[in-house]
Design a protein around this ligand. Structure first.
Ligand SMILES: NC(=O)c1ccc[n+]([C@@H]2O[C@H](COP(=O)([O-])OP(=O)(O)OC[C@H]3O[C@@H](n4cnc5c(N)ncnc54)[C@H](O)[C@@H]3O)[C@@H](O)[C@H]2O)c1
Length: 266
């Protein structure tokens, strides 16, 4: 049974969406959770909704000093850090600005790299010494299936997530001997409120080909983050785990309808 009691977890980008769901899962397993997000009010409201084991700290993932203050605040509040989930990223704002190689502005590319990739590097760089001092820790980075294949749009996002996946391998190799494990999850489409509200027809589109019985939700990601950070997940290090209901496995075959008399013949 997953037990994270006594653990201190930092989940970035958890004012809402997947991060908030993950913060809720980790707190449900007993961890003390700090939400870090640029949306100060929303992060505070989410922390209050999730209860007394969850608090919020405002920070900007594109700013190294701000990331440093975030880590300092967590350590000051809780005396250390055991679980880091690097989840913050530019999402909706990218949908109109992050398109193709020819049309994406270089400033936007740089901003995407800073928020999605460099922040994961910087925050992990600051967190690892605290974990080593405590005798170990778990870092779970957030990639996307967009890291593994091209698409007609979101070129900077996809590159940033491929970088996050690569960074995961380096961190795993470099600190595994210190009992600091690093893994990464790569979600397929997750039907957050934001995605459902802003991407017309997304649910029908996803479900038309997905080889699973429902679309993904934030908690599906939180459950994997919790497992990877638990005692039960302790032999998993350096992995990029796709959590996508099978969307990258292929297009769903029609549901099988068994005839009433179906059985295995000898
Ligand atoms: N929703 C999906 O279908 C999906 C699929 C694959 C991967 N992901 C990844 O999951 C993670 C969460 O995505 P989501 O769908 O919940 O989107 P979201 O926009 O709800 O979450 C991203 C969070 O990051 C925060 N953030 C953005 N810029 C920041 C900054 N400069 N400093 C601090 N915080 C900042 C936002 O305020 C927001 O709360 C992201 O890393 C995203 O790339 C999402």
């Amino acid at each position: 049974m997953t037990d994270l009691s006594g653990k201190v977890a930092l989940v970035t980008g958890a004012a809402g969406g997947i991060g908030a769901a993950t913060a809720e899962v980790l707190a449900g397993y007993g961890a003390k959770v700090v939400i870090g997000d640029i949306q100060a009010e929303a992060a505070q409201a989410t922390a209050e909704r999730l209860g007394s084991n969850v608090s919020a700290v405002a920070y900007d993932a594109s700013d190294v000093d701000s990331i440093t203050s975030l880590v300092d605040a967590v350590v000051e509040q809780h005396g250390g850090l055991d679980i880091l989930h690097n989840n913050a990223a530019i999402t909706a704002a990218a949908w109109s600005r992050d398109t193709t190689l020819l049309d994406t502005e270089i400033d936007w590319y740089d901003r995407t790299m800073a928020v999605n990739l460099r922040s994961t590097f910087v925050l992990s760089k600051l967190a690892v010494p605290h974990m080593i001092r405590r005798g170990g820790g778990s870092i779970v980075n957030m990639a996307s299936i967009a890291a593994f294949s091209g698409s007609p749009t979101l070129i900077a996002y996809g590159i940033s997530k491929a970088g996050v996946a690569a960074l995961t391998k380096y961190m795993a190799v470099q600190y595994g001997r210190n009992n600091v494990r690093t893994n990464c999850i790569a979600p397929g489409a997750v039907l957050t409120e934001q995605v459902l509200a802003n991407v017309p027809g997304v649910e029908e589109g996803v479900l038309s080909t997905l080889p699973w019985i429902r679309g993904g939700v934030g908690k599906d990601m939180g459950n994997v983050v919790a497992f990877l950070s638990s005692k039960e997940g302790e032999y998993i290090n350096g992995q990029v785990i796709t959590v996508d209901g099978g969307s990258t496995a292929g297009v769903a075959a029609p549901k099988v309808e068994l005839p009433a008399e179906h059985g295995v013949s000898a």
